[in-house]
Design a protein around this ligand. Structure first.
Ligand SMILES: *[C@@H]1O[C@H](CO)[C@@H](O)[C@H](O)[C@H]1NC(C)=O
Ligand SMILES: *[C@@H]1O[C@H](CO)[C@@H](O)[C@H](O)[C@H]1NC(C)=O
Ligand SMILES: *[C@@H]1O[C@H](CO)[C@@H](O)[C@H](O)[C@H]1NC(C)=O
Ligand SMILES: *[C@@H]1O[C@H](CO)[C@@H](O)[C@H](O)[C@H]1NC(C)=O
Ligand SMILES: *[C@@H]1O[C@H](CO)[C@@H](O)[C@H](O)[C@H]1NC(C)=O
Ligand SMILES: *[C@@H]1O[C@H](CO)[C@@H](O)[C@H](O)[C@H]1NC(C)=O
Length: 724
């Protein structure tokens, strides 16, 4: 592994969060079935359904899906059901004929297909599901016949694992199927003490099962009925199952049988514009010492393997639910690389290094246009716009005013006016760092994180977009990080009082190190998927989801700029890497150019996924179906990083599809703040048109979103090339 350069995962801080953030237990969501919960517990990960609600909603491992059967299905099992859905089984929503080429409005993977179920004869209606070690890439799930039983089935659940593995302790294995067994045959002993079975289900699909008895004695699993394959009583050993997509690939599973991952880690280094990061796994199993792991890689991983990463990329692929095909890779760890980190990206309008255009300095005419608008914008009542009952809207407004102050100070030759505005902005920010806003933040000692007190006070779990339940923290706190980065850049003395507060927000969302025991490691960002999940502690049949891919990027940008401002080189470089990884994953999965290969052809015409869940993609939003909202929520906020994540090809295709003259949501006809957002986004490909739009005499300020500044939009379109 490349171990040179800047360590990307140094802890931000190790001490307790600022003491004006009150520490409080009794979070409204109980830690259902979680044992040994002493350290921080992840809240936004793929396995969260096991600890929420009725505990039987699925976990999406990619490509497999697990769900506790809880007596359901043809097999009436109480075990853990395993599902794998083929591309051909996806179900599509109605075509949206308003959009060119009539793309389907959503697609979803059918739930509840119980291909194989790892269960035990002892599992009946008293069965309990418990978990421990809820970590960034993994959790341990346990099924027991009843509370206190010493018989137990343990399943280490890790993203991308090729086998579903169950460790049986003193149970009679019942391998069940609600799809029905067509045939099961013993298939030899590929390794000593590893007994292989070949299972064909009534849907024609083939699965392999490997049984590893602790005593080494052939367990002779017997087909007892069309739903039951049964092992010996009082059995100790491991069972591993995997789906075989085509003949001739058995050897890949045969070689890997007897070992499995139990947890994952991310690490990495950066030097200049190059970063290497690793995903590595802790292994267990009787053959862990002498068998290499096989793990499924997503399309964006396959694109970014470092040449030096020891690996065999196989031709064994399985469809995932929403992120294209997964490819089995033989390796105990992966080294992935990003070679164009946006190191030169700062507060000013910017284009990527590989762009055919570069940014320009502001012309005298552009400076004059900005100065006309900025004075008015800076005279708004900042306190009235920032001191709100919502962390989301407050953060947006703080970031907006920070962008305005920066533009005036650094770009538009208005340093004196900017300094006055900066003082006002500092006092507005300190309402939050003093924790004096209407709903102060709390440090939740149960899950360990910084949440809004809004739900505690109102009893409404959805207030402030569910912040108290760990929804959207990256969206909310990303704006605070950006605002603080600008303030600290312009006034370094301000950092003395405010740095710990801002770091606490960064740690809550994006703690890079398990050494920091006050927060889980990477609550929001998922280093396997390459982007964040917004959904926190809410049970969800379709899994975690994210709507605003651009506010996800805003967090990474805010982190990078905050790291730069406070001189945390690890944080700054980590933010750069997160931006590069986001650009890659968003372009693979969320922002669909016509050549996208990962999303279904019938869906790509939508251009954005809308809300991307682990189990479905739905071209809509949580707040309405206007096409300017659905597309615009992947633009907001239009900031210097937007040109990195949203390529010119993508913006051009999206513009032609929706916003061009005469198109279905012709930009001239959009009303309100979304109009300004859509035109600011247009500056990436037609900066002159954007500049003309924002500088027009009869500009209507209702076209500027509450989190946006017309001053900034003029500077942005001018510097991206629209200056007269
Ligand atoms: C919980 O912790 C106890 C004591 O450290 C340990 O014996 C037990 O195995 C742990 N249980 C799990 C499920 O990790
Ligand atoms: C692999 O390790 C296991 C357990 O130590 C041992 O039983 C087996 O013989 C080893 N196999 C090879 C091929 O070295
Ligand atoms: C995959 O590769 C193996 C070995 O190279 C080959 O035997 C097999 O036919 C290939 N399978 C498919 C489905 O392409
Ligand atoms: C912008 O201005 C700076 C400082 O005056 C100058 O060094 C730079 O060359 C200018 N860039 C362009 C593209 O004109
Ligand atoms: C700004 O708004 C706040 C809150 O609405 C109000 O209390 C304050 O008086 C206003 N300040 C000015 C100068 O209008
Ligand atoms: C995904 O896998 C399917 C089935 O093997 C294949 O038909 C399809 O071309 C693959 N898609 C991509 C993008 O490789």
């Amino acid at each position: 592994m490349g171990c040179y350069g800047q360590d990307l995962f140094e802890p931000i801080a190790l001490g307790q969060p600022p003491t004006n953030i009150q520490q409080q237990g009794g979070h409204p969501v109980p830690r259902l079935g979680i044992t040994n919960a002493t350290g921080p517990i992840e809240t936004n990960k793929f396995y969260e359904n096991f600890v929420l609600g009725t505990q039987n909603f699925p976990a999406f491992l990619m490509p497999y899906t697990l769900a506790w059967s809880k007596g359901s299905g043809n097999a009436q099992s109480w075990g853990m059901a395993i599902s794998h859905v083929e591309q051909s089984q996806k179900v599509f929503g109605p075509a949206n004929t308003a959009i060119p080429n009539s793309p389907d409005s959503y697609y979803i993977n059918p739930l509840g297909i119980q291909s194989l179920i790892l269960s035990a004869a002892e599992f009946q209606s008293n069965t309990i599901l418990t978990t421990d070690s809820l970590l960034a890439f993994s959790a341990n799930v346990h099924l027991q016949p009843s509370t206190g039983s010493t018989s137990i089935l343990t399943m280490p659940v890790v993203q991308g694992m090729v086998f579903i593995t169950g460790q049986y302790i003193n149970l009679q294995p019942n391998i069940q199927s609600s799809v029905f067994f067509r045939s099961v045959s013993a298939a030899g002993e590929p390794k000593p003490g590893v007994f292989k079975y070949r299972i064909t289900l009534e849907d024609g699909k083939v699965w392999l099962l490997y049984a590893l008895p602790s005593n080494g004695i052939n367990p002779n699993f017997k087909l007892a009925s069309s739903t039951l394959l049964q092992g010996p009583e009082n059995w100790y050993g491991d069972v591993q199952v995997a789906k075989l997509p085509s003949d001739g690939l058995d050897f890949i599973y045969d070689d890997a049988a007897g070992t499995w991952p139990t947890a994952g880690q991310v690490g990495g280094h950066a030097q200049d514009a190059k970063a290497q990061y690793s995903l590595s796994w802790t292994k267990a199993g009787p053959f862990s010492e002498n068998s290499t792991l096989v793990m499924f890689a997503l399309p964006h991983h396959v694109q970014s393997f470092a040449a030096t990463s020891p690996k065999t990329v196989t031709n064994l692929t399985l469809a995932t639910t929403t992120v294209g095909n997964a490819t089995a890779v033989i390796a105990d760890y992966w080294v992935l690389e990003e070679n164009e980190l946006p190191t030169s990206l700062g507060f000013a309008p910017w284009r990527p290094a590989d762009s055919s255009e570069s940014t320009m300095n502001l012309s005298a005419a552009a400076v004059a246009a900005i100065q006309q608008v900025s004075v008015t914008e800076a005279s708004q009542n900042m306190s009235a716009q920032t001191n709100l009952n919502s962390m989301y809207y407050s953060g947006k407004a703080l970031s907006k005013f920070a962008t305005l102050v920066y533009t005036m100070h650094d770009l538009a030759d208005q340093a004196d006016l900017a300094k006055t505005a900066l003082l006002e902005l500092e006092s507005c920010f300190e309402v939050f760092s003093d924790n004096q806003q209407e709903y102060p933040l709390l440090y939740d000692t149960d899950w360990k994180g910084i949440v809004s007190s809004a739900s505690y006070v109102t009893g409404d779990d959805g207030v402030d977009f569910g912040n108290s339940y760990y929804n959207d923290h990256h969206f909310h706190y990303g704006y605070f990080l950006h605002a603080a980065a600008v303030i600290g850049y312009l006034d370094p003395t301000w950092l003395i009082k405010n740095k710990d507060y801002v770091n606490a927000l960064a740690r809550d969302v994006s703690n890079p190190s398990s050494l920091d025991q006050y927060f889980p490691v990477f609550r929001s960002f998922d280093w396997y998927h390459g982007h964040s999940w917004a959904k926190g502690l809410f049970a969800s049949g379709d899994g975690k989801d994210e709507e605003s891919s651009s506010e996800d990027s805003m967090f990474a940008y805010g982190l990078k700029m905050w790291g730069k401002t406070i001189g945390d080189a690890s944080m700054e470089a980590r933010g750069n890497l997160m931006l590069s990884v986001l650009a890659r994953s968003l372009q693979n999965y969320f922002l669909m150019t016509s050549d996208n290969v990962n999303q279904p052809a019938a869906f790509i015409g939508n251009k954005v996924t809308g809300i991307l869940f682990e189990n479905k993609a739905d071209h809509t939003t949580y707040f309405g179906n206007d096409l300017s909202y659905i597309q615009g929520i992947h633009m907001i906020p239009v900031m210097p990083f937007s040109t990195l994540t949203r390529t010119q090809q993508f913006v051009a295709e999206e513009w032609t599809t929706y916003f061009a003259d005469g198109a279905v949501r012709d930009a001239t006809g959009i009303s309100g703040g979304w109009k300004g957002i859509v035109y600011a986004n247009f500056a990436n490909i037609n900066p002159s048109a954007a500049y003309s739009f924002f500088t027009q005499d009869n500009f209507d300020m209702s076209w500027i979103d509450g989190g946006a500044s017309r001053t900034w939009y003029i500077a942005l379109s001018a510097m991206l090339g629209g200056s007269p």
